[in-house]
Design a protein around this ligand. Structure first.
Ligand code: PLP
Length: 381
């Protein structure tokens, strides 16, 4: 069950890595224990740490920002736009010379508008990390998310697109970054050099690392799960687009979350933006009563409102690194990303399962139309 055991490796984790590399068109993939581990490995590969800042979108799961803190760097928060993803126009506001990377997070299957982010990163000579935890299979302008920036990360935890309960992966086109990622995830070792044709067993570059190795049991489960990805994606996309079309036809003023690349959206969730948080809540309650799931994300709040972030608490002495004397001190305030504060609590997400039947699809359409029309009569927009 250990991926590096014995003269004849079982090779399950390796076959998962090879399948991801082949299907997503990226030369280097490393399986790790979780999406959080993948983020930490990615930042360690980039050499991010003490004294550095990393730009994180205000709308994401806490792991994205938490991983930055666990690398002893400090997250700074970029606002979102009506795609509910990072707004490239807000990057300049949060940038200063301590910033070493931007983490983009396609939230719930919707691609990030990457070109302006890549352009900005290039102009500042900083890295772009794609946190694909929620969006494995999302594409942007035909390319798979996670293979476009400097380094991409995936999660195979239970709530994600494919799963083995826990698991993650890192992908990159850069051999040096990959070598550092492998070393960090395996106590500074680089076993298997021959597999990649990387023949510099140059142990002078070894550094102390972690154990974030995927077990070959998880690897075996995921290698099978990976084969189902195309059908999972095709089913979700078909249902999502068909539900969205039906709703748009019947509800002319319904406002969907903006999608920067409709072809690349995987359709795992349908996002609807309401005029107010109150309207979104009323809609969700009524739809839940119809047995259809609809939720706002993360308690309706930006990620930095999580107390461990907002109060800048870490496991380190004196809450290091937040007390590090930055030239521009990092202060978090409730309204520092006003569009995230405004949009997150009034955007509702309806999950689209790959196992929906025609009957389920019709039920969702009927339920949303019924509740939406009733809401229009009670809450004036
Ligand atoms: C789930 C998630 C993670 C963390 O993945 P784990 O496998 O649970 O560690 C990171 N980023 C985002 C955006 C996530 O949704």
């Amino acid at each position: 069950p250990f991926r590096y055991y014995g003269p004849e490796l079982q090779g399950s984790t390796q076959s998962l890595e090879d399948a991801i590399a082949r299907d997503f068109g990226v030369p280097y993939v490393l399986a790790v224990t979780s999406g959080t581990a993948a983020l930490i490995v990615a930042m360690k590969a980039l050499g991010i740490g003490y004294g550095d800042k990393v730009i994180v979108p205000a709308n994401t799961f806490i792991a994205t920002a938490g991983a930055v803190v666990c690398c002893n760097a400090v997250p700074v928060f970029c606002d979102v736009d009506d795609s509910l993803n990072l707004d490239p126009n807000d990057l300049e506001r949060v940038y200063d010379e301590d910033v070493k990377a931007i983490i983009v997070v396609p939230i719930l299957g919707n691609p990030v508008d990457l070109d302006p982010v890549l352009e900005f990163a290039k102009s500042k000579n900083i890295a772009v990390i794609e946190d694909m935890a929620q969006s494995c299979g999302v594409r942007y302008k035909g390319k798979y998310g996670g293979t476009i920036g400097d380094i991409g990360t995936f999660s195979f935890q239970m709530n994600k697109i494919i799963t083995a309960g826990e698991g993650g992966a890192v992908a990159t086109r850069d051999q040096k970054l990959f070598e550092r990622a492998v070393r960090y995830h395996d106590q500074g070792l680089f076993r298997h050099k021959a597999r990649y044709g990387i023949d510099s067993p140059d142990e002078q570059y070894a550094f102390a690392g972690q154990n974030y190795r995927m077990s070959d049991i998880a690897g075996a489960v995921l290698a099978e799960q990976w084969k189902k990805l195309p059908s999972i994606l095709a089913n979700m996309k078909k249902r999502h687009d068909s539900i969205q079309r039906a709703l748009a036809a019947e509800l002319p003023d319904i406002r969907f979350r903006r999608c920067p690349d409709p072809d690349g959206h995987i359709g795992s969730n349908l996002g609807i933006i309401f005029p107010s948080a109150e309207a979104a809540q009323t809609f969700n309650r009524a739809l839940n009563a119809e047995n259809i799931t609809a939720t706002v994300l993360y308690g309706g709040k930006p990620v930095y409102m999580n107390p461990q972030l907002f109060y800048q608490r870490t496991a380190e002495k004196d809450n290091f690194p937040f007390n590090y004397p930055f030239k521009n001190p990092v202060v978090y305030t409730e309204n520092m990303c006003p569009r995230a504060v405004d949009l997150i609590p009034r955007t509702t997400f309806i999950p689209i399962s790959p196992t929906l039947t025609d009957r389920d699809e019709a039920d969702i359409i009927e339920g949303v139309i019924k509740v939406y029309k009733a809401l229009q009569q009670t809450v004036s927009p």
